[in-house]
Design a protein around this ligand. Structure first.
Ligand SMILES: [Zn+2]
Length: 356
């Protein structure tokens, strides 16, 4: 999708001034793609002053290092259709107020915000200036463990059952390409929030489009997607109402991990929800929410790798091999579990935030 979407004109200074917001708008320019001779177009960013941001409530932390990936989020807010710059600015303001006043964060959590109409706005102060410099990053608050190593992009809307509009999609891939070029990030390292946390973010539909996004960003950078292409190893997100072999395997692995509630039914029923919550509580997951995603799966699979001969672990392997026929691994490691679960692919760089 989005290959020939309608081009959104750059936000105009006059339009922003009409909202009573003053400040300079950043104008477009060109940056050379890292490792590529092709020029990468600079998106028409609207900086914090341009959309009327409040100042941060406390000093922000800048790290003298390049981030290594991009995390895609959705804001889980209504899918509005007001294309005006005032609506985009108002949206960025509402997100910032929510993050500062409700979450208690110093500033907007993510580095960039893209409106449904395709305006790309600076999120946390200094994100844009540091991106242009290409050597440092301001620490965000968009995904614990990833706030320094990953640039967070919030996409306005909810993409659980609908695709993002073309204007947003085109701006997202252009922005990702520019970020990849400035920081030397491999487009393969574009991931979703759920790849690292037990969350539905960025919605099933937008998450399902990430392989396309990696492909299209690579194309904008003049790179070829090779080998396994845009497939990035991750974990399946399982939640109430799901059925099938992955659910059955999860139930078996939860039981192998000592969670007695996990009866192997193949249906993510209320007992499974309780089992996942019990596992999350026991393993100190950031949130106890009953979603089995990118935070809890590695912990669960690690427990299984420590006890490969346990009957429930062997049964989980059998169930998954039956569903996706292949060789039966005797002692699966984490990448093997990802392949068994149908989410294997090229492994991401094993980088985490430095200690604070
Ligand atoms: Zn998110």
């Amino acid at each position: 999708m989005g290959s020939d979407g309608e081009e959104i004109p750059g936000i105009s200074r006059r339009a922003f001034l009409a909202t009573g917001v003053t400040g300079l708008l950043t104008v477009g320019g060109l940056a050379l793609g890292a490792g590529s001779a092709q020029a990468t177009e600079r998106p028409p960013f609207v900086d914090c002053a341009g959309w009327g941001a409040r100042p941060p409530s406390r000093p922000l932390t800048v790290h003298q290092r390049r981030p290594v990936r991009i995390l895609v989020h959705h804001t889980a807010t209504p899918n509005g259709n007001d294309p005006s710059p005032q609506a985009a600015a108002g949206f960025a303001q509402s997100v910032q107020s929510f993050h500062m006043d409700q979450r208690g964060w110093a500033d907007t959590g993510q580095h960039f915000t893209i409106s449904r109409s395709g305006f790309v706005m600076e999120g946390r102060h200094r994100s844009l200036e540091l991106l242009d410099g290409g050597k440092a990053v301001v620490e965000g608050s968009h995904c614990t463990g990833q706030n320094v190593v990953a640039i967070g992009i919030e996409n306005e809307g909810t993409y659980s059952t609908v695709d993002p509009p073309a204007a947003l999609w085109d701006r997202l891939r252009q922005t990702c390409a520019f970020i990849c070029a400035r920081y030397g990030i491999n487009p393969h390292e574009i991931a979703g929030h759920r790849d690292f946390k037990n969350t539905a973010c960025p919605g099933d539909r937008l998450y399902g489009l990430l392989p396309v996004l990696r492909d299209e960003v690579a194309g904008l950078l003049g790179r070829r997607v090779e080998g396994k292409g845009a497939a990035r190893a991750s974990w399946p997100l399982l939640r109430a109402g799901d059925t099938g072999p992955n659910v059955l395997a999860a139930q078996l692995l939860l039981r192998a991990a000592g969670i007695a509630e996990a009866a192997p039914t193949g249906r993510f029923d209320p007992a499974t929800d309780r089992a996942v919550r019990a596992f999350q509580a026991r393993t100190a997951a950031e949130e106890v929410n009953g979603l089995l995603g990118g935070e809890s799966w590695p912990v669960l699979a690690t427990a299984a790798t420590r006890n490969p001969g346990a009957p429930d672990v062997r049964e989980a392997v059998r169930v998954l091999v039956e569903a996706r026929p292949g060789p039966v691994p005797a002692e699966p490691d984490l990448p093997t579990w990802q392949c068994l679960l149908g989410t294997g692919g090229t492994q991401p760089d094993p980088v985490v935030d430095p200690p604070r």
